[in-house]
Write a protein that binds this ligand. Structure first.
Ligand code: CDP
Length: 305
C-alpha cells in the first residue's frame, strides 16, 4: 500500500484559505514569459487547433460533414445548408477573458478590461452601468449557453424583441454558442441565430465546433482537471491562449472568501451556485494559477485600482 501511495501520491486540492495564502504570497508580481506563451500555443494548436477549429466554419464543416455532439453519446448533426457556417479566424494581441466570479465586485477592473484589444465574456453576463466600473463595457466575444435562451428568453418561442434588445449591450461582438454539445440545445441556438439575423443585429453568431470542445476537454484532463465538463471560462482561456499574444483573466475565483478572508458571492451579479459535481472550478483555478506563476497568462484577483 505504501508503495502505491509513493508512486501515485494522493492529490489534494488546497483549501480556500491555502489558496488565499498562496495568492497573497505571490503578490502583484507577474512577469511575462514568452517561452511559456509559445509553448502553450504550440501544445494547444497540436491538440485542438483553436485557430481553425473553434467554430463551425465552411472550411472545417462542409455540407454533409457529421458533427458528433460533445456532451452526449451516439448523437450527431449532419451539416446542411441551414447550419451556420462562418469563414475565417481572429488573431488578437492583448486579450481579456472575463469570468463571472463575485471577486469582480468592487474590483474596479473595468478600465483595465476595456483596454484589451479583445474582450471575451461568459454566458451573456450583465454589463450595465451598475457594473461597468468593475467589469468594463467592451465585448468582442460572449458565450451563450442554450439553457440561458430557454430560461431567460422562453426558448425564443414567443416574443423575440426582449432578446434582441438585451443583446444590444454587446455591440457588434461575436456570440459563441455550444449548439452541438447537447441535443436539446440545437434548436434554441438556431432560433437565436435566426432571431438575430432577421432583426439585422450587429452581432455575429458563431457555433462552437463540438470537436474543438472535445479535444480541449481532453487536453485539460491530461493536465489534471477532472470534471464532467470544463467550465465555459476555461474553454475561453484555451481559445485565448491559442489566438492571443497576451492573455489576462479577471473574475476567475471559485472560492468562498476573498483575499481579505471576507465572504464573496459566486457571481458578481448573484450568488447562484453551480451543480456541485458538474464543473471542477477550483481544480481549474489551480491550473490557471500555475500558468500565472510561469508567466504564460496573467490571473487578476482582487482590485485593479
Ligand atoms: O456556465 P458556467 O457555470 O461555467 O459559468 P458562469 O458561472 O457563468 O461563470 C463563467 C466562468 O467564470 C466560469 O465558467 C468559470 O470559469 C469562471 N468562474 C470562476 O472562476 N469563479 C466563479 N466564482 C464563477 C465563475
Amino acid at each position: 500500500v505504501l508503495c502505491w501511495f509513493y508512486v501515485f501520491p494522493v492529490y489534494r486540492l488546497p483549501s480556500d484559505k491555502e489558496i488565499v495564502e498562496e495568492v497573497l504570497r505571490q503578490g502583484e508580481d507577474w512577469q511575462k514569459n514568452q517561452t511559456g506563451i509559445d509553448l502553450y500555443r504550440k501544445l494547444l494548436s497540436e491538440c485542438c487547433d483553436p485557430k481553425r477549429m473553434f467554430a463551425v466554419t465552411k472550411e472545417n464543416s462542409p455540407v454533409g460533414k457529421v458533427l458528433w455532439y460533445d456532451g452526449e453519446f451516439y448523437y450527431s448533426h449532419t451539416v446542411n445548408n441551414n447550419t451556420l457556417k462562418r469563414r475565417g479566424a481572429v488573431r488578437c494581441i492583448k486579450c481579456a477573458v472575463v469570468g463571472n466570479g463575485g471577486i469582480l465586485r468592487h474590483s474596479k477592473c473595468g478600465r483595465d478590461i476595456d483596454q484589451a484589444d479583445f474582450v471575451m465574456r461568459c454566458n451573456l453576463p450583465p454589463i450595465s452601468k451598475e457594473y461597468a466600473e468593475d467589469v468594463g463595457t467592451k465585448t468582442h466575444l460572449v458565450t451563450a449557453n442554450p439553457s440561458i435562451i430557454e430560461k431567460r428568453f422562453q426558448s425564443l418561442l414567443w416574443s423575440r424583441k426582449y432578446f434582441v434588445d438585451s443583446m444590444k449591450v454587446y455591440g457588434s461582438s461575436y456570440i459563441y454558442m455550444p449548439a452541438f454539445s447537447m441535443r436539446p440545445g440545437t434548436d434554441p441556438s438556431l432560433r437565436a441565430y435566426y432571431t438575430l439575423a432577421d432583426s439585422s443585429s450587429n452581432l455575429t453568431m458563431l457555433f462552437a465546433n463540438p470537436e474543438f470542445l472535445r479535444t480541449v476537454g481532453k487536453f485539460w484532463k491530461s493536465h489534471g482537471v477532472h470534471a464532467r465538463r470544463l467550465s465555459t471560462g476555461l474553454f475561453l482561456v484555451s481559445l485565448a491562449l491559442g489566438l492571443c499574444e497576451e492573455v489576462t483573466t479577471y473574475g476567475f475565483w471559485p472560492f468562498s472568501v476573498d483575499l481579505d478572508q471576507r465572504p464573496v458571492s459566486h457571481h458578481y451579479y448573484d450568488n447562484i451556485l453551480p451543480y456541485k459535481w458538474f464543473h471542477a472550478m477550483p481544480e481549474e483555478f489551480v491550473q490557471l494559477w500555475h500558468l500565472h506563476k510561469s508567466g504564460t497568462l496573467r490571473v487578476r484577483v482582487g482590485r485593479c485600482a
